[in-house]
Design a protein around this ligand. Sequence first.
Ligand code: ATP
Ligand code: MG
Length: 498
Amino acid sequence: MRGRRRRTANIFELSKKVGTVLQDSDGQFIGLTVGEDIAFTLENDCEEQGRMKEVVQNVADIVDMGTLLNSSPFELSGGQKQRVAFAGVMVNDVEILLFDEPLANLDPATGKTAIDLIDRIQKQYQKTVVIIEHRLEDVLYRDVDRIIVVSDGRIAADMTPDELISSDILINLGIREPLYATALKYAGVRVTPDMHPGHLATLDMERVREPLQKWFQSRKPRGTAPEQEDILSAEHLSFQYTKKRKILQDINFHIKAGEMVSIVGTNGAGKSTLAKVICGFVHEDEGALYFEGESMADWTIKERSQKIGYVMQNPNQMICKPMIYDEVALGLRLRGTPEEEIGPKVEKALKICGLAPFRKWPVSALSFGQKKRVTIASILVLDPKVLILDEPTAGQDYRHYTEIMEFLKGLNAQGVTILMITHDMHLMLEYTPHAIVISDGKKIGDSTAVDILTDEEIAGRANLKITSLYELAKMAGIDDARGFVQYFIDYEREVHRG
Ligand SMILES: Nc1ncnc2c1ncn2[C@@H]1O[C@H](COP(=O)(O)OP(=O)(O)OP(=O)(O)O)[C@@H](O)[C@H]1O
Ligand SMILES: [Mg+2]
């Protein structure tokens, strides 16, 4: 760092040069209000009051939190917290900005804005920016100079996006490459750096149009699955935390037994709130919920928890025992399960979540991602029929992401109905055939994931991102671009199965 060896600089000196947005933004809150929090570092530097207010308002506006400066950090949705953490770093005049999974809790459009913002700051102020992220395609929305791929503590690659996308490095490491790049490979295109595949916008279409069209024409029609009964449904559901502001408004939906569904939408739309209403943590003001056709109005939290498991967005809010084993065993102990039955169940859940080696560890020694897996394990041991996961993969590296998703897929194949709140459009497309879109407390979409991610109107309203597959198809002159996306998904399922 500017000729200074990192080891000899202390953390205070370092923080003046390197601004870091941590992955677990909870640990970063200090102020009583959003404004105070953003101002904190400035206050430390004895900035004058008037200017401080101006600077804080400016950065808050940049991240779209300008109207919430007086809110408590604890009332914020997951993504809103992330934005505040983001703003807190922006106010500082540091040389190096380090972002640790900045996109983890942001909806795709806000993620795009975030990447735009990082790009602008880098260009305008000549900062060095390091982004740690596994949503590669989303980061590549703006130009990056180099991508360093780290695997098992070693550097597996250090090259330009064009070179990396042309290589097999990502695939060999089990890392998701941008979807359009995978489509090119399925269509038999030999991708090379001189085609500029690092971004969809720079890709040389002349050389890929024909193979893409041929590949799409080779598709075969497929059958449809038989319809199941409703397991969970909502009728005219409404809820508000305070009199001031409506959160959920007239929500209706039907979830069939055995489905895998994603719930998507803007930061602060009400997704986590919906999950809390379903679990009975808060009570609906109007409307009703049904489980297998029976009204849940009189069901207690405990009764609901026997059918529906909820893995919360923030693991820190869920964990209450100091030791991992006890945390995972807690639910069974509360149910009065005999201790000799608890042991094997806990072991199994720990193993499934990749935590078996840590069974005797304290929770405090775990990373954010590992904590998240502890909370998944603690719900899994209870054997729910419906599992709701709030951003299950946020903060997971790619290996754990794939492990968790493959594991959930396996669970789903055994009949567990799975609802997933997510901002990850790849996840939605790959794993959940059915998607429900919430925007500003209202349901604005309810269809197949492919339909949603190729619908520009809905995507625009709900801060989603149209899949790059759709854009690729359109650029290749394929009229049925939606059909192209569906074919890609079906093809990929076949590839994975075969
Ligand atoms: N305990 C609370 N008291 C008051 N308002 C709250 C509370 N929890 C959440 N809210 C507000 O309710 C709205 C919906 O929040 P919710 O957490 O359901 O959003 P979300 O869709 O899960 O967003 P994200 O994608 O950012 O996690 C937000 O505007 C939030 O500020
Ligand atoms: Mg949420």
